[in-house]
Design a protein around this ligand. Structure first.
Ligand SMILES: Nc1ncnc2c1ncn2[C@@H]1O[C@H](COP(=O)(O)OP(=O)(O)OP(=O)(O)O)[C@@H](O)[C@H]1O
Ligand SMILES: [Mg+2]
Length: 226
């Protein structure tokens, strides 16, 4: 039987701005088994990005627990979580966040540079990933020489660089036209399957939502669906 890779138990998240308190997540519970793709949708402001930030340990919940395998990410120090995240989670955002002064290959390698992985090994893996996203011919191109779809495909390759267990994607095709969205989507889903990754993906796109193994939505601070 597949093991749980992510367990979210009774998560609550409030934000305080001045006198005002906003309770964004009220009671979130979720168990994700390894190798599953979970799609999360919900209205703008419903707390999707907030939830992804909590899973990635970029922010702390007001109460509740989040386990990635057996590690409780809500109790790790800043330093511990940074270290843990590096080899556990790959990110893809709506905006690519590629670095201007580096070419496509170097951008894919960036998570390895940061983790201090030796250059040669990292380069080999980055080259493979660039081939995987059909951008081998663009390896020496810089950001300004790349199209929106190409940039997002590089972001997909980069998310896999450190061979994380889990991919977290927040509207990964949100900035693309229909044709490019479909292309990035197809590549992302095929790589997640080939490399046997677990994926948590947030999207407004109904077409994309049905491609997951599970489709949930955040409504009034709780997860609805199965
Ligand atoms: N750091 C913060 N301080 C105060 N309020 C915040 C903070 N971060 C998020 N919020 C509020 O929490 C709510 C949820 O925000 P979040 O970004 O998670 O929404 P979302 O579902 O990702 O929306 P979208 O689809 O527009 O990206 C919003 O009302 C937002 O204003
Ligand atoms: Mg968001």
């Amino acid at each position: 039987m597949s093991q749980a890779i992510l367990t979210i138990a009774s998560i609550k998240k409030e934000f305080h701005t001045g006198q005002e308190k906003v309770e964004v997540l009220k009671d979130i519970n979720l168990v994700v088994t390894e190798g599953t793709t979970v799609i999360i949708s919900g209205e703008s402001g419903s707390g999707k990005s907030t939830l992804l930030n909590l899973i990635a340990g970029m922010d702390f919940p007001t109460s509740g627990k989040i386990y990635i395998r057996n590690t409780d990410v809500t109790v790790l120090s800043e330093e511990e979580i940074t270290q843990f995240r590096r080899n556990t989670i790959g990110f893809i955002f709506q905006f690519h966040f590629l670095l201007k002064g580096f070419n496509a290959l170097e951008n894919v390698m960036m998570p390895a540079f940061i983790a201090g992985v030796p250059g040669k090994k990292a380069k080999k893996r980055a080259e493979q990933l660039l081939m995987d996203v059909n951008l081998w011919h663009r390896r020496n191109h810089y950001l300004v020489q790349l199209s929106g779809g190409e940039r997002q495909r590089i972001a997909v390759a980069r998310s896999l660089m450190n061979n994380p267990d889990m991919i977290i994607a927040d509207e990964p095709t949100g900035n693309l036209d229909e044709k490019n969205s479909k292309n990035v989507e197809d590549i992302l889903f095929s790589l997640v399957e080939r490399y046997k990754k677990t994926m948590i993906l947030v999207t407004h796109d109904r077409g994309l939502a049905i491609r997951g193994n599970r489709h949930l939505s955040i409504e009034h601070g709780v997860l609805v669906g199965s």
